[in-house]
Design a binder for this molecule. Structure first.
Ligand code: SF4
Length: 368
């Protein structure tokens, strides 16, 4: 691989780090854009007109694994029959299950009734995250939703929708099934939420994931946070989030320079210490050649090594002096020289290009 690609990799790592810092540094702007959009565009859903923790809990439990439009009639009928925690706590289980019938996952209904009984036994709905989390059937996501929407507690909700949004906005290819990635994304979401109105911010994130940043067809052209979204900028939004360790391909752009003089081409031998293609000969990158002048772009091609996808642009140019480590190699003797695959493809491209240095057509045999 050309030297420039190694430089690029280091630069890319620096860029990625700086982008991550930038994303966290712009958390306030990100949140402000998101919330303004949410207040403008949000769907009119019945659970959005209340701050009653019981009603919010009912909606969040019903919305687990079920679409909002499906939930609406069930939610309205359920609350008509059981308007508060006491009514639900005192109901016959058969009546609860009848009203739940059609929503599926009946353990949710039983747990909801157990939660209502715990609330009645406690004398009031718990106000803080940890105590809400202790209610039967209430996980971290539901607890964060109820605590933030009903009580303004600063806990970011992180469910599948939110994981998807974060992985794309951050262009983060971490496996969202891994606890470490989830903990990192939780930190990011908590950072974005800092200083905001927690309930508003959380609902805006959920709405973005449910209506705009869709799993298979993200609607980036109408997205309120498109300018903050790094995956959109790199074009990787369709590859994210990563689930189950599937790696996202790295796309890398590099340039190589073909300098020809008196029937020879300028090459460098890769050091024996290289992990890839040690001892093979390769073309320089323009950055390797101080003072070089590029006269034209010959063309470009793609080359993949495992999950690295390279796009190589081949330039033709002249060098004022030969830098240390480079040598002129006779073009008509390259058949006996081990060339890297990228170099072989680049020389082949030049040989087939109009107006090419025809002698290059005799370039070397296949290696690597
Ligand atoms: S720009 Fe596209 S990928 Fe990024 S958050 Fe918006 S919808 Fe999702």
């Amino acid at each position: 691989m050309p030297n420039s690609s190694r430089c690029w990799s280091r630069a890319a790592i620096r860029k990625t780090k700086s982008n991550r810092q930038k994303a966290s540094g712009t958390g306030t702007d990100f949140a402000a854009h998101l919330e303004a959009w949410y207040e403008r565009e949000r769907r009119d859903l019945p659970w959005r007109s209340t701050e009653d923790p019981y009603r919010i809990l009912v909606s969040e439990v019903m919305l687990q694994q079920t679409r909002a439009q499906t939930v609406i009639p069930y939610y309205l009928r359920f609350l008509d029959r059981f308007p508060d925690a006491r009514a639900l706590a005192e109901a016959r289980e058969a009546d609860v299950l009848t009203l739940w019938s059609g929503l599926g996952y009946y353990a949710r209904a039983r747990n909801l009734q157990r939660a209502a009984r715990a609330v009645v036994a406690a004398g009031a709905f718990p106000r803080d995250y940890d105590r809400i989390r202790e209610l039967p059937g209430v996980g971290p996501y539901t607890a964060a939703a109820v605590a933030s929407i009903a009580f303004g507690a600063p806990h970011a909700v992180v469910d599948g929708n939110v994981l998807r949004v974060i992985s794309r906005v951050q262009d983060d290819a971490g496996d969202i099934q891994s606890p470490r990635t989830r903990a990192r994304f939780q930190q990011i979401a908590d950072g974005w939420l800092e200083g905001r109105r927690p309930g508003l911010f959380n609902q805006a994130m959920m709405e973005l994931g449910a209506t705009v940043c869709l799993p298979r067809g993200p609607r980036c052209t109408v997205c309120p946070v498109e300018t903050f979204c790094q995956a959109h900028q790199t074009g990787r939004q369709h590859e994210l989030p990563v689930k189950g360790g599937k790696r996202v391909a790295d796309r890398i752009h590099v340039q190589v320079m073909i300098a020809v003089r008196n029937g020879s081409v300028l090459l460098r031998r890769r050091s024996a210490a290289e992990t890839l293609m040690a001892g093979f000969w390769e073309l320089p990158a323009p950055g390797d050649l101080p003072g070089c002048r590029s006269s034209r772009v010959i063309g470009s091609f793609r080359h993949s090594i495992t999950h690295h996808h390279y796009t190589i642009t081949v330039l033709e140019g002249a060098v004022p002096a030969v830098p240390l480590g480079f040598h002129w190699r006779r073009i008509n003797r390259l058949a006996g020289v081990p060339l890297t695959t990228i170099t072989r493809k680049a020389l082949g491209l030049m040989a087939s290009a109009p107006g090419a240095e025809r002698a290059v057509a005799t370039h070397g045999r296949k290696h690597g």
